[in-house]
Design a protein around this ligand. Structure first.
Ligand code: HEM
Length: 532
């Protein structure tokens, strides 16, 4: 600071103030000093908590830490979790700095009202919704409510349609394989479309779910959202409005929304006409069995438009298709690696379906404890770094005395809880039947908390509490349906000399390697069940 004052004094003596270059330099220097002054060194300004990856004092150390987080986020957070054991610290993600919660704090906040901690505001901040044009429906509870009604409470009524669409999807999307030789399949691409089809059937019903344009945008929308959010996140906060005004990062998203609107419009119009006709004739309107109809029945009248419903449908696709696909791809990768698990799972499937008269229904899916256990283990070992992302909507003091100022972004280290030896035995071992074996120890009358869709303050694959994933029962059933179709018809393995590829890590995200191919072969003999 002394040097800076000396510089100003000498400039006064030499009467340099008139020079534009000097003034610009001075302004830039002042701005730089202001930035340094505004930022705490290695602690998070509002909370005074340490920031992971900041090694030296200064604003630029934080910028460097953000870059480090992008390449080694998982490792940095794991190290900090054990270093500050049971205490909070801050993770500098590419989108924002997040206070990392303990599982006790997750428990405490899991049912907090939206006015205290908001998941919608956190999702909005992470998706840069204000700049990408996604902020219209994120804070409205339509999606959560519609999914809870249709895909949780009323999921039983959808069994037939999901089953039918899964069979259709396998017929359309799964490459033709013979029993004589191995066929190489790019599983990532195939699975995205396999998942998109029954999902679309549940979300918008026939005939739209089989429309190629609808399938394309329902898959592409998520990738475009992430691209647009990344584009804005690169720009400093104070320039984002100006940047989005100049470059409109949500342009592609808008075009997807308009396409979805044009496809939905005639369907919505037909449904509304049929409903009013039924009302006029005093007959009962046969409500289509899908999420779109629940939305039509529940949204306020000014949102009952193709424009609004198209945007809501795109948000549902954003929340669902990629999450399910990633788990599905990882499950195939892990099954191919752990061949010893395939036969016991297959046998369990066959005996349950046979005992049910050859019918695959929800009761059978519920009894598939080995499949459930395997998928839960896949989810445990591949979950993203953070879940339970939320924002403090007002200053709050937790019961352990931690103060979180208004606006603080919070997250729980789901991937680190999932491998903490204090929480789980032998966390580094992949044991496909870990949860099955545990469920056998549950005594009669006790609750079995080993199910895949079960959540807890440290089992955050589907979040926890009030904002736990409302699509998880649908997702787990959809996946078990598809796995049954695949396991009862095909054998699969890695190409010669290959094994499970490492996941791809990017900041807080991890993905199965999209380039990995798997070899498939049709099982010999006739089909075992007529539904296949
Ligand atoms: C295996 C697949 C899935 C996984 C792993 C998953 C995971 C999650 C997680 C972790 C959350 C909570 C967010 C957080 O804690 O930060 C969540 C929320 C949500 N999920 Fe899923 N999900 C899956 C499938 C689905 C499906 C199929 C749908 C729709 C049909 C869906 C719709 C939603 C919605 C709307 C929310 C927000 C809920 C709210 O804000 O209250 N998810 N999901």
């Amino acid at each position: 600071m002394g040097l800076f004052m000396q510089f100003i004094d000498s400039a006064k003596e030499q009467n340099l103030y008139g020079y534009p270059l000097f003034c610009t330099t001075l302004a830039l220097l002042s701005f730089g000093l202001f930035l340094l002054w505004m930022k705490e060194w290695s602690i998070h300004g509002p909370t005074q908590l340490p920031i992971v990856g900041v090694e030296s004092p200064g604003y630029f150390a934080l910028i460097k830490a953000r870059r480090k987080f992008a390449s080694s986020g998982f490792r940095l957070v794991r190290d900090a979790y054990y270093k500050y054991h049971g205490k909070n610290f801050v993770a500098p993600t590419s989108r924002n700095e997040r206070v990392v919660l303990t599982s006790r704090q997750v428990k405490e906040l899991s049912n907090a009202p939206d006015g205290v901690v908001s998941f919608y505001h956190a999702a909005g901040a992470t998706l840069m919704a204000k700049y990408t044009g996604l902020d219209r429906f994120l804070p409205v509870g339509y999606i959560r409510d519609a999914l809870r009604i249709k895909l949780s409470q009323d999921l039983g009524s959808m069994r037939e349609v999901i089953l039918e669409e899964t069979r259709f999807a396998i017929d359309c999307e799964f490459p033709r394989c013979t029993a004589d030789e191995w066929t190489s399949v790019s599983v990532f691409a195939v699975i995205l479309r396999l998942v998109a089809r029954p999902s679309a059937r549940a979300f918008v019903g026939l005939p739209l779910c089989r429309d190629e344009d609808w399938l394309t945008i329902s898959i592409a929308f998520s990738a475009e959202v992430l691209k647009a959010a990344d584009n804005v996140a690169r720009v400093p906060k104070f320039l984002r409005s100006f940047w989005s005004y100049l470059f409109n990062p949500g342009k592609v998203l808008d075009s997807h929304k308009r396409k979805a609107e044009s496809l939905l419009a005639p369907i919505i119009q037909k449904r509304l006409e049929e409903e009013s006709l039924a009302e006029k004739n005093g007959t009962v309107y046969e409500r289509p069995n899908d999420v779109l109809q629940v939305l039509l029945d529940r949204v306020t009248p000014h949102h009952r438009t193709p424009d609004c419903l198209a945007e809501i449908q795109m948000l549902i696709c954003l929340a669902s298709i990629h999450s399910v696909s990633l788990v599905f791809v990882n499950t195939i990768f892990d099954l191919a690696e752990h061949q010893e698990c395939i036969q016991p799972i297959r046998e369990e499937m066959e005996s349950l379906i046979s005992a049910n008269g050859g019918v695959l229904d929800r009761m059978v899916l519920r009894k598939m404890r080995k499949t459930d256990s395997f998928c839960k283990e896949v989810s445990r070992t591949t979950v993203g770094l953070f879940n339970f992302n939320c924002m403090a909507r007002k200053g709050l003091t937790l019961s352990d005395g931690t103060y979180l100022p208004k606006g603080t972004m919070l997250a729980a280290p789901a991937a680190i809880f999932a491998t903490d030896p204090d929480i789980i035995e032998h966390p580094e071992t992949f044991d496909g039947f870990r949860w099955y074996k545990r469920s056998l120890q549950v005594r009669e009358g006790e609750v079995n908390s080993n199910g895949w869709a079960t959540t807890s303050p440290h089992d955050l694959v589907f979040g926890h509490g009030k904002h736990a994933c409302p699509g998880r029962f649908f997702a787990t059933e959809e996946l078990k349906f598809m796995l049954t179709f695949i396991l009862l018809q095909y054998d699969f393995k890695y190409p010669e000399g290959q094994s499970r590829p490492d996941s791809v890590y990017k900041g807080e995200f991890r993905y199965p390697n999209p380039a990995q191919k798997i070899l498939f072969k049709k099982l010999p003999g006739p089909k075992k069940f007529s539904f296949l």
